[in-house]
Ligand binder design. Structure first.
Ligand code: GLN
Length: 287
């Protein structure tokens, strides 16, 4: 049973994952192997004949078994990179998605230096913490209904050495009165899946991401309605709202913002060419 090489382990793992129907089996096998052997991407090229220790081989079978059962890769390794930063993740938070980087990039393009930022439904804290990391002297609050999610967000802030404040509660209801106004930027990637659609999602998402982080109500728009309607009370004289959306929701979300008196409303596409972010500006003068 012992004596398997790094290269052989990779090929076996890849086959096992393929047979279990795991998407991107090759990449998953490589990442899991790197995880148990504490190696990096170079290992396959530099030392393909290196023999796995018995412990490594055992651990590799264990993580493959989990992944074949469709436990998300990021729950096994406990981490996900987002905007070049490493975030700890587990079943308490939504795994940060690469598409969400578009949301952060839009905020940063418009500029967040010196801004007071609020991130609603902060989850792992990935959006807020990356905005703060890449903006000088910005300050930020993250809010979430889930106490468990906030534990993860706080641990990430500490690990990344980024100062941020976190409050638990329902959207704006999380904010203590004294800190509830004057935001220059409000950002959110709220739950936006239609309730009936959740059962059709991949098992990694359906069974392992928190249900609360997915469910956007019957038409998926529940959180947009509330955030767009309530944000004006919490903005500075001028405030910018940035929302991640599902690819079919741009028109509805733009319409909600228009009705409420936002201007400069725009939709931004992701790298797959799908609508991903809606942004707009709210000025006191338009009230
Ligand atoms: N804001 C977090 C993220 O984008 C969590 C979003 C959510 O739970 N819907 O990853």
């Amino acid at each position: 049973m012992s004596g398997i090489t790094y290269r052989e382990a990779y090929v076996r793992g890849k086959e096992q994952l393929e047979n279990a129907g795991v998407p991107e089996a090759d990449q998953n096998a490589r990442i899991l192997l790197e995880y148990v052997c504490r190696t990096d991407r170079q290992a396959m090229l530099l030392a393909p004949e290196r023999i796995l220790t018995e412990t490594e081989e055992e651990q590799y079978s264990e993580v493959l078994k989990k992944r074949c059962a469709r436990v998300p890769l990021q729950h096994i390794t406990g981490s996900q990179y987002f905007m070049g930063l490493e975030f700890a993740v587990d079943e308490r938070v939504l795994v940060p998605r690469p598409d969400t980087e578009i949301l952060v990039e839009e905020v940063l393009k418009d500029g967040a230096s010196g801004a007071k930022v609020l991130d609603l439904c902060t989850g792992s804290g990935c959006i807020l913490l990356s905005i703060l990391k890449y903006s000088s002297s910005a300050t930020g609050i993250g809010a979430d209904l889930s106490e468990e999610a906030l534990q993860v967000a706080k641990a990430n802030a500490q690990q990344l050495e980024i100062a941020a404040t976190f409050y638990r509660g329902d959207l704006f209801g999380a904010l203590p009165e004294a800190e509830s106004r004057g935001f220059d930027i409000i950002v959110s990637n709220p739950p936006y899946i239609e309730t009936a659609e959740i059962a059709t999602l991949m098992p990694e998402v359906r069974e392992h991401d928190p249900y609360m982080a997915l469910d956007g109500g019957a038409d998926g728009l529940d959180f947009y309605r509330r955030i767009i309607a309530e944000a004006p009370e919490h903005f500075a004289a001028e405030g910018r709202l940035y929302l991640e959306i599902g690819s079919t929701q741009a028109q509805a979300v733009e319409a909600l913002m228009k009705e409420r008196g936002y201007t400069e409303i725009r939709t931004v596409k992701d790298y797959a060419g799908l609508d991903r972010v809606v942004a707009g500006v709210y000025r006191e003068i338009t009230r």
